[in-house]
Design a protein around this ligand. Structure first.
Ligand code: FAD
Length: 347
């Protein structure tokens, strides 16, 4: 006989740790299974101020404020001949700033915080299968990643799928993930030391600067490095790669066409091999059903142009936690809660 929990959360990224933490704070019994061992690498370093109220609810904002991440006061966009400063100090309510984070460190703080709020967090444990009873997920099988001989099963009342891009429910069971043709893009990035600070825009800004078939980001990080990445239309990128003879050649050729970022990187040292992601913009046809919700990247993701990923992850987690606790409290039926959750996702 396996063990049981009230809510099972798959994945300990920002979505999973936020939903799990908020539910545990409500007094619910929550188990979170995370396949990686934290700290683990993740892309997605530029955070929006809309995340701050969620950090407040989790009680972790002060810790993140004091951690030493680069304070992000806005963004600088340079698109062809035009440029804009986006200054967060014009915002009311959220705090007027945000952060540029090393995600391995940011995500670990959030996951540790979930454990402090009472979540039973288990790392290095991967969910392999989900069992259903008349369309409702009721239990999950798992394996310990460091020792695949160790396996188990856990049953639950509610499932939150926060498994990120892998998307256990959407890709393995529901098969309802649809890719956005307009955003069939590819991203290539690396980390650099010795990058000159951006000499315009708000303090700590992300630089977003166009090239003829895409755009570059440059994000300053508190460890003294910069994340510098190219996003390009996939078809054009592939043509350029074949023409020039490699991914690195496309990156440097595009960089030469982006004077702002090229100027910052001049004389800097590249520290890592290039990392690549493609076809990462998608949505699921629905985000919930009987006994389950999908949040964060497990549900959908939009191109990183406006740095919305962690915002969507934490905000959908907040909505998901509210929906489940409203059902448990008896305020609404499960159908009403999932309709509310799916309705919010369709905006
Ligand atoms: C090129 C690029 C640039 C980006 N830039 C930004 C940016 O600047 N700002 C921003 O906000 N966002 C950005 N994003 C998006 C951001 O990375 C994601 O939206 C965000 O990480 C989503 O959080 P999440 O918790 O949903 O998923 P994740 O952070 O991916 O977490 C999912 C977790 O689930 C775990 N997991 C997966 N499968 C299983 C399983 N079977 N069992 C147990 N655990 C499992 C994984 O190990 C992982 O830790 C970018 C994305 C890309 C591709």
């Amino acid at each position: 006989m396996g063990e049981s929990t009230q809510v099972l959360v798959i994945g300990g990224g920002p979505a999973g740790s936020t939903a799990a933490g908020l539910l545990a704070k409500q007094g619910m019994q929550v188990t979170l299974l995370e396949s990686a061992t934290f700290p683990r690498y993740h892309i997605g370093e530029s955070i929006l101020p809309s995340v701050l109220p969620v950090l407040d609810l989790l009680g972790v904002r002060e810790k993140i404020d004091n951690y030493g991440f680069v304070r992000k006061n806005g963004a600088y966009f340079e698109w062809g001949p035009e440029n804009w400063d986006l200054n967060f100090n014009h915002l009311t309510g959220a705090g007027g700033y945000s952060y540029q984070v090393v995600r391995s460190e940011f995500d670990r703080i959030l996951l540790d915080n979930a454990a402090e709020l009472g979540v039973d967090v288990r790392q290095s444990v991967k969910v392999t299968d989900i069992a259903f009873d008349q369309g409702r997920p009721v239990s999950a099988s798992w394996v310990r990643t460091a020792d695949r001989a160790v396996t188990g099963e856990i049953s639950f009342d509610f499932l939150i799928d926060a498994s990120g891009r892998g998307g256990v429910m959407a890709t393995k069971y529901l098969k309802n993930r649809r890719y956005q043709e307009a955003f069939r893009n590819i991203a290539v990035w690396s980390y650099w030391r010795g990058v000159a600070p951006l000499d315009r825009g708000p303090e700590g800004a992300i630089a977003v600067c166009s090239v003829p078939y895409g755009w570059f980001w440059a994000i300053p990080l508190h460890d003294g490095t910069h994340s510098v990445g190219l996003v390009a239309k996939r078809t054009t990128f592939v043509e350029e790669r074949d023409r020039l003879g490699g991914i690195d050649k496309v990156y440097f050729d595009a960089l030469a066409q982006c004077p702002r970022v090229a100027g910052m990187v001049e004389g800097a040292k590249r520290l890592t091999d290039f990392k690549v992601e493609q076809d990462y913009s998608y949505t699921s046809e629905s985000f919930s059903g009987p006994g389950y919700l999908m949040i964060g990247d497990a549900a959908c993701f939009l191109d990183p142009l406006l740095s919305t990923g962690v915002h969507l992850a934490t905000f959908s987690a907040l909505l998901g936690a509210a929906a489940i606790s409203a059902v448990v409290e008896g305020d609404v039926s499960e159908e009403e809660a999932t309709a509310f959750f799916d309705g919010c996702g369709s905006f």
